[in-house]
Design a protein around this ligand. Structure first.
Ligand code: HSE
Length: 305
């Protein structure tokens, strides 16, 4: 049996309130891919957990499409592959599952096409496909990042920020919210005055995070005007999560990415009690303590013994 490529790709939470499309943090929940060259006539996809069964197993599969797109960009031919997937990242819940799949596809093309893409190039490609770096950048690098994709030059620049020394809680509703539907709720235009206000909130939030002033960072996160006011009606549990979070003195509760998951930044001494309160009082959602991933994608070539 030939070697296989093992990829452990973290989930991510984007926006952190007012960092819409630019700020994101990697989360210790993983898409695991086991990829091996096969003799078959076509690629094979095998899903190791039932939540993935809704995904296509043919050439419509997103990983297949992106891997081939990258291979053709670099003029290389990929062998036929068997891709086994096991994922802890719930689909269409605002935890970056498709960004993780996209990053996985890039690593697959890079390895099996022997393209020799650097991490910087992987980020450029990922952002060009995704349109914004807030999920793909933390997925590739780990940690907390702010970034900007310039659609004219197609260049992405990112900056790391120390990961916050807080506990995080994910409250994951049982229903899906497709990113395209959640983006459709956003306004097409935004006044200059509002843009100035919200960039001031965002700048203050980032400076507060850099100073580890979570009180102030949380206060700014919760004043987002870029996306939450337009999306919160899509997530009926949001208000209840926010009010319980307040009751337990959490720093902030914000929509994770495009939703419907809600991210709470909690004081360490209160997080256990708060997550149990979420579980008891909002039983329709799964609430859990999560940790911040600081390593990004792990890539390993495994030789069977
Ligand atoms: N920043 C994006 C959004 C994340 O909120 O729509 C999901 O792609």
């Amino acid at each position: 049996m030939s070697e296989y490529l093992y990829l452990k790709i973290p989930a991510s939470t984007a926006n952190l309130g007012v960092g819409f499309d630019s700020i994101g943090m990697a989360i210790d929940k993983y898409l695991n891919l086991y990829v091996q060259e096969i003799e078959d006539e076509e690629w094979k996809f095998e899903y190791l957990n039932s939540e993935l069964e809704s995904l296509p197993k043919n050439e419509e599969n997103y990983i297949y499409k992106v891997a081939q797109q990258v291979a053709s960009k670099y003029n290389v031919h990929l062998p036929n592959l068997k891709v086994e997937m096991r994922s802890e990242i719930p689909l269409a819940r605002g935890l970056g599952s498709s960004a993780s799949a996209l990053v996985g596809a890039l690593y697959i093309a890079n390895y099996f096409g022997n393209i020799q893409l650097s991490k910087h190039e992987l980020l450029q490609l990922a952002t060009e496909i995704e349109g914004h770096p807030d999920n793909v950048a933390p997925t590739i690098y780990g940690g907390l990042l702010a970034g900007y994709y310039n659609p004219e030059t197609k260049e992405t620049n990112v900056a790391h920020i120390d990961v916050p020394n807080v506990d995080i809680i994910l409250t994951i509703p049982s229903y899906e919210l497709k990113t395209e539907d959640s983006r459709r709720a956003l306004p097409h235009t935004f006044s200059h005055k509002k843009a100035v206000q919200n960039s001031a909130i965002s700048n203050t939030m980032i400076c507060a995070l850099i100073q580890h002033n979570y009180e102030l960072a949380g206060k700014m996160m919760e004043q987002d005007g870029f996306h939450e006011p337009f999306r919160q009606h899509l997530i009926p549990e949001f208000e209840q999560v926010k009010s319980l979070a307040k009751e337990y003195n959490a720093y902030a509760a914000v929509i994770s990415g495009a939703g419907p998951t809600i991210l709470t930044l909690s004081r360490k001494e209160k997080s256990g009690k708060l997550v149990r309160a979420f579980r008891t009082q909002i039983p329709s959602c799964t609430s859990e303590l999560a940790t911040i991933n600081e390593t990004g994608v792990v890539e390993e070539v495994v030789y069977p013994s």
